[in-house]
Design a protein around this ligand. Structure first.
Ligand code: HMG
Ligand code: MG
Length: 300
């Protein structure tokens, strides 16, 4: 049942750097993405065209996107929360965007100051524009395994939000465990439910590793045929509007596990490690990816 090939969507430059306390210089963000472009990754989320008041860390989105080296065959999606963000991104020449809502009302309100229904209405306009302009669109469903604010999230709600986003015209969905509370039995319940409505060729999973369950969740999803996973170099990541959320599952950890299981990704682990090393020296704190740490401890 396990897929032979997996697509990795690298989110470290966006999910990771949005959550760093210290501002990362624009030139270092660009160099980090340029290093990631040499690894074999085909999807590198570059930045977000959100309100700079909401996420000051990514206020330089236009400069970052314009100056990164666009490697052939690599796509660089950016997050867009509304038409204003779309205009800014479109002016820079992006060809892939991601809109983002959630399965928790409380989180959606904190994160984008909308209800889920309002977010769908906002994204209807954004996705229509993007499709008219020939762009590729991803839709995120955050807090799919639990909310940081205590409101109950059910698998049926997640499925329903997924269906709404596909109806808007999203090409791919990413189902997110924003605060890293999910366990494999939840994945085993959710994947078949979503797969009855939407092809798994269009579904990614996005696990944060706050409680150490992310890699187990990746494995559970793999067993049900999921073959697109988000991860971040070194395990960077977190959402400033999700209290307590820590990094995404590390790209090195996912690559180590998949390659060990003879599942191909086309991504060079040692080159991802080089990118992680570079950004670690910029942000000046340790990275959480276990495979990265092990490589650092045992090889030059
Ligand atoms: P709001 O305050 O309700 O919006 O925020 P507003 O329309 O009233 O605008 C407020 C100000 O922001 C105005 O400026 C706007 O012009 C400006 P002012 O008149 O006060 O000077 N503004 C913008 N500026 C630049 N670009 C824009 C933009 N929009 C408004 N696009 C809003 C609503 C959605 C804008 C805000 O809440 C926002 O930007 N939120 C983004 C939060 C975010 O990026 N969170 C992290 C990403 S989600 C995540 O990490 C989860 C994920 O990884 C998956 C997972 O883990 O589950 C994807
Ligand atoms: Mg995230």
């Amino acid at each position: 049942m396990l897929p032979k090939n997996v697509t990795i969507v690298e989110v470290g430059a966006r999910d990771g750097l949005q959550n760093e306390r210290r501002a990362v210089p624009t030139a270092d963000k660009i160099h980090f993405i340029d290093l990631l472009s040499e690894t074999g990754l085909r999807w590198i989320e570059a930045t977000s065209f959100v309100s700079p008041k909401a996420i000051p860390q990514l206020a330089d989105a236009a400069e970052v996107f314009s100056r990164i080296r666009k490697a052939p065959g690599v796509r660089y999606p950016v997050l867009v929360p509304n038409l204003k963000g779309y205009e800014r991104a479109h002016d820079c020449g992006v060809d892939a965007i991601a809109v983002f809502t959630a399965a928790s009302e409380a989180f959606t309100r904190r994160n984008i100051n909308m209800t889920i229904e309002e977010s769908i209405a906002t994204f209807a306009g954004v996705v229509r524009r993007a499709k008219d302009d020939g762009l590729w669109v991803r839709g995120y469903i955050s807090t799919a395994f639990g909310s940081p604010f205590g409101d109950v999230v059910t698998a049926l709600t997640v499925r329903d939000v997924c269906v709404r986003l596909v109806e808007l015209g999203c090409d791919e969905l990413s189902i997110g465990d924003t605060i890293g509370v999910g366990v494999p039995s939840q994945v085993e319940e959710l994947v078949p439910l979503v797969a009855r409505a939407i092809s798994l060729d269009r579904i990614a999973f996005h696990f944060h590793d706050t409680r150490g369950t992310a890699l187990a969740n990746v494995y559970a999803a793999l067993q049900h045929g999921v073959h697109i996973f988000d991860s971040s170099a070194g395990g960077l990541g977190g959402c400033p509007y999700a209290p307590g959320a820590t990094g995404n599952v590390g790209t090195e950890d996912v690559l180590y596990m998949l390659h060990g299981m003879s599942i191909e990704t086309g991504v060079d682990l040692t080159k991802v490690r080089a990118a992680s090393r570079f950004i670690r020296n910029v942000i000046d704190h340790e990275l959480t990816s276990k495979a990265f740490q092990a490589l650092e401890a045992t090889t030059v």
